[in-house]
Write a protein that binds this ligand. Structure first.
Ligand code: CLR
Length: 439
């Protein structure tokens, strides 16, 4: 079933392959970092932040030990961890059921924030990051298109779906919590197996570091997410509950999928750090799916599904839509997926453009635990960037993004970054030359 594509899906699949996008990704993704454990000094976040009340993240100078070895571009790529949900969505015949899987995908993006109280590297202007997974059939590219304010433009493509959007955040430390408000709209184009294409959009919810003063900081993600299917008129209202006193309500997410006529059709809910269930809508169940995700908790039960959970959406019983991947302990508390991101296998070297994050010496040093060198290199690169900006000011020129341009979406009217279609072909041409030269 997985490999049978319809005509539209096949066309996309061939485009991805014919562009040579998977060249360099022949080896399996890396499973571990050089370090076994990061031995970053444990400094209290509050001790550092108390003098920075009212500041946003771009104006904070923090010791490099508050960084993790990823960049914000790579954090965008982390959205790709659960794209199997999009593949599954495309296989469903009922558009409202597709929405259940899309909603789970939108919520799954938050699972990687657990235990990651660290600042990702701020990408340099014009920096790019690509990530391909031939085993999962997708290619992904993101470019830092603006430095002040920091904005990344991203596009992921696969036979059954395209996912794109702008990663731009407004952040502020208000004295108690450090709040991050995402600004951009995210777009998803699904090519269902039943034919045609459909367009979804949503905005990401607020991420917030709380518990800074008490010395036990955690990331919370909360707010209302409205996912729209512009093609069918279905919507999903998804509520991420804000963490309450003593952690009550933490991680809880619950929503209803409604069709064009406003009829509730499916419930979706659970916890974004654990499991998300779906179920045919019933008036009396409220947020019982959230309860279910708690019931199935605990060391004994967690490996098995609760007795009343079904494996398919055909009955009235709840079914498991998403489950968080295990999180073995790792340096910087990276997820196994995040560990794969900065790998630079020998075969990939010829194909990477010089702007790729993987080539940043400061991030590489951070990843290897050489924090002093990381700090020095980070400074050097940022100074170079400042010098280039001054040059542009003198010349009176403006930086132009290389792979994306600003456009207005024909269907939704939203401003977005439109891919100019050149990245993969350029990569193939230059990469091929570089491979030839080495022969
Ligand atoms: C959350 C998932 C979204 C994309 C996104 C954007 C910004 C990220 C945020 C995610 C997670 C939390 C984050 C934030 C930027 C800064 C913040 C990494 C990935 C950290 C936790 C702030 C650390 C505070 C320092 C003062 C140490 O799809």
């Amino acid at each position: 079933e997985k490999e049978s594509f319809n005509e539209l899906q096949l066309k996309k699949r061939e485009e991805i392959i014919n562009d040579g996008s998977f060249h360099g990704y022949e080896d399996p993704p890396r499973a571990r970092l050089k370090l076994d454990e990061d031995d970053r000094p444990k400094i209290s976040l509050w001790a550092i932040l108390k003098s920075m009340i009212g500041k946003d993240m771009t104006k904070m100078t923090l010791p490099v030990s508050f960084n993790e070895c990823t960049s914000l571009l790579q954090r965008v790529a982390e959205d790709m961890e659960y794209t199997d949900l999009l593949d599954q969505a495309a296989l469903k015949k009922d558009s409202c059921l597709r929405m259940v899987y899309v909603a789970a995908f939108a919520a799954s993006e938050y699972s990687s924030t657990i235990n990651r109280i660290a600042k990702p590297f701020n990408p340099l202007l014009g920096e790019t990051y690509e990530y391909c997974r031939p085993d999962r059939g997708y290619r992904f590219v993101v470019e830092q298109v603006s430095h002040h304010p920091p904005v990344g433009a991203a596009l992921a493509e696969s036979a059954r779906w395209d996912y794109w959007g702008e990663s731009a955040v407004k952040s502020k430390f208000n004295g108690r919590s450090f709040d991050i408000n995402p600004l951009g709209t995210w777009f998803l184009n699904i090519r269902p197996t039943t034919g045609g294409q459909e367009l979804y959009t949503w905005k990401k919810v607020t991420s917030s570091v709380v518990g800074i003063i008490t010395g036990s900081p955690v990331v919370d993600n909360y707010g209302e997410m409205l996912i729209k299917n512009h093609t069918t008129g279905d919507v999903c209202r998804l509520k991420f509950k804000q963490r309450g006193w003593l952690g009550s309500g933490a991680y809880e997410v619950y929503g209803t999928v409604t069709d064009k006529a406003g009829n509730p059709r499916w419930s979706v809910g659970g916890r974004w750090n654990d499991k998300i269930f779906g179920r045919k809508y019933q008036t009396d169940i409220g947020d019982s799916l959230v309860m279910l995700s708690k019931e199935s908790d605990g060391p004994v039960q967690s490996m098995e599904k609760p007795a009343n959970v079904s494996t398919s959406p055909s009955s009235n019983a709840p079914f498991l839509v998403w489950e968080n991947h295990p999180r073995p302990s790792a340096p910087f508390n990276l997820t196994p997926f995040a560990i794969t991101l900065n790998a630079i296998p020998e075969k990939l070297k010829s194909w990477l453009p010089p702007t790729d994050t993987r080539l940043r010496p400061d991030q590489r040093a951070m990843e290897d635990g050489d924090y002093d060198f990381a700090a020095k290199e980070k400074n050097r690169l940022e100074e170079k960037q400042r010098a280039r900006r001054r040059e542009r000011e003198v010349e009176g020129s403006v930086h132009q993004p290389r792979w994306f341009r600003r456009a207005k979406h024909a269907v939704t009217g939203d401003e977005y970054w439109q891919f100019n279609g050149q990245y993969w072909r350029m990569r193939e041409n230059l990469g091929r030359k570089s491979v030839e030269a080495q022969k």
